[in-house]
Design a protein around this ligand. Structure first.
Ligand code: NAI
Length: 214
């Protein structure tokens, strides 16, 4: 199955399926119908069937889905059956918070290094890593088979740093800097803007209040 044929909207829903199925698996639930999955996930059963049909279905008519099998298959589609080596660029508030969040490792995302250009931070221990100077970044990426870089630096520095990462063979950038990165098509970028999420929340609060009044 070539994932490029599948819409980003479907891909965007897979992590949520994966999360819910992981919880069901941990609760010892072995089998679930699309209707039951629909009830707990608050997605229509037909949406679930359509989504899964992109990957050949996964279910058996009248039998439902085998939770563990589905969990593993979605994990494979998401590339979570492999481990990924990550570095963080920018050891400030956000970089440190991400480095300290242990759950990424459970999913196979292994933080190997954290870099900053502030000499006051060099050598500072953040969980199991010491902050390294940016001068060491290029060789570190090549020598430690780093596939993903997390950018938690200001937007003014993100573009040149991303270019350096690309030159050193990075495959993915998890970009928290508020700037669009122009990278070759073989490098994947996922932009994260927490503020977009809170603005969506504000919109929904607003919309609900207007609806209540009218
Ligand atoms: P911070 O100021 O605590 O940390 C930034 C770190 O980057 C500092 O340690 C600084 O020395 C380092 N840095 C600056 N230029 C660098 C360079 N060229 N190379 C290496 N290190 C460099 O800031 P915070 O709160 O951690 O936020 C980091 C960035 O992420 C900010 O630009 C902020 O706007 C953004 N941000 C994005 C969010 C999102 O949802 N996308 C949420 C929060 C922050």
């Amino acid at each position: 199955m070539d994932n490029r044929e599948i819409s980003q909207a479907v891909i965007g829903r897979l992590p949520r399926y994966f999360r819910f199925l992981g919880e069901l698996k941990d609760e010892g639930i072995e089998r679930i119908s699309s209707q039951e999955l629909s009830d707990i996930m608050k997605v229509t059963a037909s949406q679930i069937r359509q989504d899964f049909n992109n990957f050949g279905g996964f279910g058996q008519q009248g039998y439902g889905y085998k939770v563990e099998y589905l969990y593993e298959e979605i994990g494979k589609i998401l590339g979570l059956d492999k481990t990924h080596n990550l570095i963080i660029i920018g050891a400030g508030n956000l970089g440190q918070a991400l480095a300290n969040y242990m759950n990424f490792e459970r999913r196979g995302f292994l933080f190997k290094g954290i870099f900053d250009n502030n000499p006051d931070l060099y050598g500072k221990k953040i969980r199991n890593m010491e902050v390294r100077p940016m001068e060491e970044m290029d060789a570190f990426v090549r020598e430690n088979e780093i596939d993903i870089a997390v950018l938690t630096i200001p937007k003014t520095s993100a573009v040149p740093v991303a270019e350096r990462l690309v030159r050193n063979g990075i495959r993915g950038i998890w970009n928290f800097a508020h700037v669009d990165l122009n990278v070759p098509r073989e490098v994947q970028v996922e932009n994260v803007h927490l503020s977009d999420s809170v603005m969506k929340l504000a919109y929904n609060i607003n919309r609900f209040e207007k609806g209540e009044r009218s």
